[in-house]
Design a binder for this molecule. Structure first.
Ligand code: UGA
Length: 434
């Protein structure tokens, strides 16, 4: 099939590459000349495990092309995916200006039947707006479909190739047939393609992310209660998650969820609810809990240092909002850094992938170590903010002999509490005995 993907950000590049990998002829469009040049020359622009190999192969074999010309892209694709940014506006609602501008332009250049697909996370009703924006300038037949993506950063290729489900929102039989054929190779194991109307598809995406965020905030509150009542959240998590109706995943407490999706999508759903004259009480609480959770370790750290962090030096492991990505958007580590520096402390940081992104953002507010042990030199304590695998079985002797004090504050519950006690550490984590 001939496919066009407009927008070569995270979702667009994964979508384009994975469709090329299944034999389609894909053209990706982006207004950023620099990016298009890099991609055309085989230089991948995002960090995503497993993507580079597919990208290089499909580029080399001529199934993946990049252009800055929307007209070229529209002429090429029978189906056109819109994978454009929808940043939160000042009031928290999704800003649709990128999508609607492209829709407007496409209306002027469409000359035969096209299926136009909203891949970005967009508020309920956007498919209708995109349809109207195209129709304003276009008398040729076309359909607008909502097909939200459920990719997780770090495992996006696998999520795309083997989705739990594909959600397709369209009431057009013609578009339904095209979309069914397009996604058939991805659901051979029997996972469902769920056809529904456009609005239900749009809401499914927000509901899924908001539900997952709710699970996390709920467990973060249970973790607080565990500490207050003397229970162990690891045990409670296992006990609760073994119930099939609840499920084992996304029950890990920590220092809050971050990233470009959960915070933005929960906020946008709250805003949509307000616009529909509805107060979505649970989601407001989910957001409040998450805000508080990002600084969950601070009172523990302060208390250990007698409420005076002035002149103290901390080693911070983990900057990315989660492992296997260099993405630092809404990363809890950044909030920790702000709070530590505001309290008069200095911070040395290490992250396997995200340091340069942080350096671009905050410069010399912290110092950047090139490995996890150098980061510990002269530090009064180690703080862990992201659960990278490389932090899971560290050399505790080396940590102990490099840190000034054997003190670890762990925001991701990486280590066994009793083992840490045996090793002579003062170890504090989330929802477990100190
Ligand atoms: C999330 C969803 O999981 C994807 O299905 C969705 O497609 C994507 O948003 C999107 O809307 O584009 P992502 O933001 O990449 O994916 O990251 P997740 O793996 O979901 O993690 C989100 C945050 O929750 C991270 O900060 C993570 O540390 C935190 N988390 C996750 C917890 O604190 N506890 C858990 O048990 C799980």
């Amino acid at each position: 099939m001939k496919i066009t993907v407009v927008g070569t950000g995270y979702v667009g590049l994964v979508t384009g590459t994975c469709f090329a990998e299944t034999g389609n002829d894909v053209t990706c469009v982006d207004i950023d000349v620099n990016k298009v040049n890099k991609l055309s020359n085989g230089q991948i622009t995002i960090y995503e495990p497993g993507l580079e190999k597919l990208f290089e192969r499909n580029l080399k074999e001529g199934r993946l092309h990049f252009t800055t010309s929307l007209a070229e892209g529209v002429a090429h694709g029978d189906v056109i995916f819109l994978a454009l940014p929808t940043p939160p506006g000042e009031d928290g609602s999704a800003d649709l200006s990128y999508i609607l501008r492209v829709a407007d332009d496409m209306g002027k250049i469409i000359t035969d039947y096209k299926v136009i697909i909203d891949k970005s996370t967009v508020p309920v009703g956007t498919a209708e707006l995109v349809h109207a924006a195209i129709a304003k300038n276009c008398s040729h037949p076309f359909d607008v479909v909502s097909n939200p993506e459920f990719l997780r950063e770090g495992v996006a290729v696998d999520d795309f190739m083997k989705p739990d489900r594909v959600v397709i929102g369209t009431r057009s039989e013609r578009a339904r047939k095209v979309m069914g054929d397009l996604f058939a190779p991805f659901v051979r194991q029997g996972n469902p393609i769920l056809f529904m109307d456009e609005k239900s598809a749009e809401l499914t995406k927000y509901a899924a992310n908001s539900f997952l965020a709710t699970k996390i905030s709920f467990m973060n509150e249970i973790a607080i209660l565990c500490e207050k009542l003397g229970a162990d959240v690891d045990m409670v998590r296992r006990g609760v998650g073994s119930d099939d109706r609840i499920g084992k995943r996304f029950l890990f407490p920590g220092i809050g969820y971050g990233g470009s999706c959960f915070p933005k999508d929960v906020q946008a759903l709250v805003k949509s609810s307000e616009d529909a004259d509805y107060d979505f009480k649970i989601l407001n609480a989910v957001m409040d809990v998450n805000e508080r959770q990002k600084l969950f370790l601070m009172p523990k750290i302060s208390a250990w240092f007698n409420n005076d962090l002035k002149g103290k030096h901390f080693a911070l492991w983990g900057l990315a909002f989660k492992p296997n990505t260099d993405d630092i958007r809404e990363a809890p580590a950044l909030y920790m850094i702000d709070a530590l520096v505001a309290a008069g402390a200095t911070v040395s940081v290490f992250d396997p992938e995200a340091s340069s992104n942080v350096e671009r953002l905050i410069g010399n507010k912290v110092t950047y170590a090139t490995n996890q042990y150098d980061c510990l030199v002269n530090a009064d304590a180690l703080i862990i903010a992201t659960e990278w695998s490389v932090f899971r079985t560290p050399d505790f002797d080396k940590i102990g002999s490099t840190l000034k004090n054997k003190v670890i504050f762990d925001g991701r519950n990486l280590f066994d509490v009793f083992r840490m006690e045996e090793l002579g550490y003062h170890y504090e984590s989330v929802g477990r005995a100190a």
